[in-house]
Design a protein around this ligand. Structure first.
Ligand code: CA
Length: 223
């Protein structure tokens, strides 16, 4: 999963980004509303952590603009202004959840997980595709109860394909989702990641679970 953090406090932004990366998320971070809105327009995120008090463009304006352009990415708003008025305004502008500063990192993580699960239409933490089980909260994968070791990137790829299993996912969507700003993508990154993932989850002498759809992308096959 890929998260955007828009927060002007350097200390808070950096510590959130670090914590979320350690928790296995891919993270982009943005120091102001203008840059944040630009990223939201350019990239696809699974969720956005949005501070309200931001330079250049206020968090509420970012939210209103993205909802006006029909971007439905779940947004967790951070606010220091703990008043009923702000909460009501925020919810009307399309925020999905709120956290009032200061907050515990664990709570932010729990709320993000709930938001992304809801928006993917997944009621439980576990996704089952045949003998393959993905625990979205723990970010673990097993096949027939045997756990599979995946790097952060291959896990992100598998999770993305699994959340849309049976559907073709384009290379550009994959590329945008398995890299964050700390990695410089190159042309064969998607193929390389798919190839590593196939080695990890496919059974010997059986058809690959991941189908290459020529000219379109990749699809995780349903059994
Ligand atoms: Ca702020």
């Amino acid at each position: 999963m890929k998260i955007l953090v828009v927060e002007d406090s350097d200390i808070l932004r950096e510590s959130l980004a670090r914590g979320l990366r350690q928790a296995g998320y891919l993270v982009d971070a943005s120091p102001d509303g203008e840059d944040g809105f630009w990223r939201i327009e350019e990239e696809t995120y699974d969720a956005i952590v949005l501070d309200l008090g931001l330079p250049k463009l206020d968090g509420m304006n970012v939210l209103e603009r993205m909802r006006a352009s029909r971007n439905q990415t779940p947004v967790l708003v951070l606010t220091a202004r703990d008043t009923i008025d702000d909460r009501v305004t925020g919810l009307r502008a399309g925020a999905d959840d709120y956290l009032v500063k200061p907050f515990a990192f664990d709570e932010l993580q729990a709320r993000l997980e709930a938001l992304t699960r809801r928006s993917n239409g997944v009621a439980s933490n576990n996704l089952h595709i045949g003998d393959l089980t993905i625990d979205l909260a723990a970010r673990t994968v097993d096949i027939d109860g045997v756990s599979i070791n995946l790097s952060r990137r291959e896990y992100a790829l598998l999770e993305m394909l699994a959340l849309r299993s049976g559907k073709v996912v384009s290379r550009s969507d994959i590329e945008a989702n398995i890299y964050d700003e700390h990695v410089e993508p190159n042309s064969n990154v998607v193929d390389a990641a798919v190839s590593i993932l196939r080695k990890a989850i496919d059974k010997k002498d059986e058809r690959s679970r991941i189908e290459t759809v020529r000219g379109q992308g990749y699809r995780l096959l349903q059994p």
